[in-house]
Ligand binder design. Structure first.
Ligand code: FAD
Ligand code: AMP
Length: 481
C-alpha cells in the first residue's frame, strides 16, 4: 500500500516549498520530498536559494560591503575607523546562522500549514506514483492526484576546469572559503561570477574574471552594462572579455595554485591563481528524477518541457522553477509554484513572464524589468527614454551613494512604460515599484503624476519618468517639451 496524497512535490527549494505551502493552504493533502539533509539525515528545505544561493551570497555581499565602507567610506562622513579587520571564519559562520534560521523557518511553515515533509530522493514513476529512496536506503512509494516536479538546478561543470572543491570550486565552494585568497580567478562574468568575485575582491583578493563572450552582461541594457563595467573595474575586478578558458593545471604540494590557460584575441595565455571559481551557469537536475515509464518529456538540455501554466506532457504532472524554461531565479520559481497550486484546484492563475525582475547584487546594484533599448531597436518599436542620475539626488548625496542612474523607457505613442533599468543604491528594492507600476500598465505620465516622498532615492524614478516626456524638474531634460 502506498501513502496517498492530493499532491506530492519533489524538491523543497523556493519553487517546491512555495507550491507545497500554497497547495496545503488550498486544502490539499500535500507532501514534499527533499533529498537535502542535515547531519541527522533529516530533510533541509529551502533548496539552492536558502542553502547555497540567494541568501548566503547576499549575506557575504552585505558583510564584505560593510568592510569596504568601514575602510574607505566612513571618512567622508568625518568618521575615523582605524585597524579595521575582517575575521573570515566569523563572517562565514554568520552566513551559516542566517541559512539555518531560514531553512528551519520553512520547516516551521510546513508544520503550520500541515505539509508533510519527507526526507529522501523522489523519482516519478508511471501513474503519478512517486518512489522515495530514504537516506538509510529503504524505499517507500507514494501516490498522488497531482505531482509537482521542482528538483531545481546545479552548477555546470566544464572539462577545462574540473571542480576539486579545494583549489577549483563552484559557487557553493566559493561561499565557504575560510581565508581570503590572494589571487582569485573567476570563470564567467554572469550574475553569480560577478557577485562572488565582488565579495572576495572587497575582502582583498586580486580578482580576474575570464569571460568567453566579447560582450559584458549582454542581457543588461547597453548603457547600464557599460556603466557597470566601469564601476566594477574601478572597484578592482579585472574583467577580461573574449577570454575563453581552455584548460587548468593544479600544482602539487602544500600551497596549491592553479594555472589556467585561456585564449583571447591575442592568442593563448596563462594566469596563476590561488583559488578558481567556476561560474559558467547552471543546469536542470532532471537525472534520476523520472522513470522511463513516467511519460514526462525533457528537452535536449534536460529541462522538463512545460506550457505557460507549468503543465508537463502528462496530465496531473506539473513542473516549475529552475527545472523548466525561463530565467533561473528564485522569485520566478515561487510564482510558478503558486500558479501550479492554484491551477490544481481549477483557478486560472497565470505568471506574467514579461515582467520578471532581474537583479545583480553588486555595489551598486543593477536591476531591471521589461525591455532594454537594444531589444526595442531590434523589434523596430518607437520609444522615448528618460533617465536621471543619482549624483544629483539629495538622498543619494546625503548617503554618499552617488554612482548610477535610473532609466525608464516608454512607448512613443502610448507612453506606456516598456522597461526600467536601474544601476545604483538599493536598485533592487527601488525597481520593485516599477514592476508594480508596469503590472498595472502605467504610463510614464502616471508615474510622473504620482507623489513621491522627499527626500528619497525613489525620487530618481520619479524624475526619470518625468524626463521621458521632457519635464524632469531637478535635472536638465535631454528631450524638450
Ligand atoms: P532549487 O532551489 O535548486 O531546489 C531544488 C531542490 O530539490 C533542492 O533542495 C534539491 O535538493 C531537491 N531535489 C532535487 N532532486 C530531488 C529529488 N529527486 N528528490 C528530492 N529532492 C530533490 N536567484 C534569485 O532570484 N536571486 C538571487 O539573488 C540569487 N542568487 C543566487 C546566488 C547563487 C550563488 C546561486 C547558486 C543561485 C542564486 N539564485 C538567485 C538562483 C536561485 O537560487 C534559484 O533560481 C532557485 O533556488 C531555484 O529554485 P528551485 O526551487 O527551482 O530549485
Ligand atoms: P551565467 O549563465 O549568467 O551564470 O554566466 C555564465 C558565463 O560563463 C557566460 O557569460 C558564459 O559565456 C561564460 N563561460 C562559459 N564557459 C566559459 C569558458 N570556458 N571560459 C570563459 N567563460 C565561459
Amino acid at each position: 500500500m502506498s501513502d496517498k496524497y492530493d499532491v506530492v512535490v519533489i524538491g523543497g527549494g523556493p519553487a517546491g516549498y512555495v507550491a507545497a505551502i500554497r497547495c496545503a493552504q488550498l486544502g490539499l493533502k500535500t507532501a514534499c520530498v527533499e533529498k537535502w539533509k542535515d547531519e541527522k539525515d533529516e530533510a533541509v528545505f529551502g533548496g539552492t536559494c536558502l542553502n547555497v544561493g540567494c541568501i548566503p551570497s547576499k549575506a557575504l555581499l552585505d558583510s564584505s560591503h560593510k568592510y569596504v565602507e568601514a575602510q574607505h567610506d566612513f571618512e567622508v562622513h568625518g568618521i575615523t575607523a582605524t585597524g579595521v579587520k575582517i575575521d573570515v571564519p566569523a563572517m562565514i559562520a554568520r552566513k551559516a546562522k542566517i541559512v539555518s534560521q531560514l531553512t528551519s523557518g520553512v520547516k516551521q511553515l510546513f508544520g503550520a500549514n500541515k505539509v508533510v515533509g519527507i526526507a529522501g530522493a523522489g523519482k516519478l514513476l508511471a501513474g503519478k506514483k512517486v518512489q522515495v529512496t530514504k537516506h538509510d536506503g529503504s524505499v517507500e512509494e507514494l501516490s498522488a492526484e497531482n505531482v509537482i516536479l521542482a528538483a531545481g538546478s546545479a552548477p555546470i561543470n566544464i572539462p577545462p576546469a574540473p571542480v576539486d572543491n579545494d583549489v577549483i570550486v563552484d559557487s557553493t565552494g566559493a561561499l565557504e572559503f575560510q581565508s581570503t585568497p590572494k589571487r582569485l580567478g573567476v570563470i564567467g562574468a554572469g550574475v553569480i561570477g560577478l557577485e562572488l568575485g565582488s565579495v572576495w575582491s572587497r575582502l582583498g583578493s586580486e580578482v580576474t574574471v575570464l569571460e568567453a563572450m566579447d560582450a559584458f552582461l549582454p542581457a543588461v541594457d547597453g548603457q547600464l552594462a557599460k556603466e557597470a563595467k566601469k564601476i566594477l573595474s574601478k572597484q578592482g575586478l579585472d574583467i577580461k572579455l573574449g577570454a575563453k578558458v581552455t584548460g587548468s593545471k593544479v600544482s602539487k604540494g602544500k600551497a596549491k595554485t592553479v594555472t589556467v590557460s585561456y585564449t583571447d584575441s591575442e592568442g593563448e595565455k596563462e594566469a596563476v591563481f590561488d583559488k578558481l571559481i567556476v561560474a559558467v551557469g547552471r543546469r536542470p537536475v532532471s537525472e534520476n528524477l523520472l522513470d522511463d515509464a513516467s511519460g514526462v518529456e525533457l528537452d535536449k538540455r534536460g529541462f522538463v518541457v512545460v506550457d505557460d501554466t507549468c503543465a508537463t506532457s502528462v496530465p496531473g504532472v506539473w513542473a516549475c522553477g529552475d527545472l523548466v524554461r525561463g530565467p533561473m531565479l528564485a522569485h520566478k520559481g515561487m510564482e510558478e509554484g503558486v500558479m501550479v497550486a492554484e491551477r490544481i484546484i481549477g483557478k486560472k492563475t497565470q505568471v506574467n513572464y514579461d515582467l520578471v525582475p532581474f537583479v545583480i547584487y553588486t555595489h551598486p546594484e543593477i536591476a531591471w524589468v521589461g525591455k532594454t533599448e537594444e531589444q526595442l531597436k531590434e523589434e523596430g518599436r518607437e520609444y522615448n527614454v528618460g533617465s536621471f542620475p543619482f549624483s544629483i539626488n539629495g538622498r543619494a548625496m546625503a548617503a554618499n551613494e552617488k554612482d548610477g542612474m535610473v532609466k525608464i523607457i516608454a512607448d512613443a505613442k502610448t507612453d506606456r512604460v516598456l522597461g526600467c533599468h536601474i544601476i545604483g543604491p538599493s536598485a533592487a528594492d527601488m525597481m520593485q515599484q516599477m514592476v508594480i507600476a508596469m503590472e498595472f500598465s502605467a504610463s510614464a505620465e502616471d508615474i510622473g503624476l504620482t507623489m513621491f516622498s522627499h527626500p528619497t532615492l525613489s525620487e530618481t524614478v520619479h524624475e526619470a519618468a518625468l524626463a521621458v516626456n521632457g519635464h524632469a524638474i531637478h535635472g536638465v531634460n535631454k528631450r524638450k517639451r
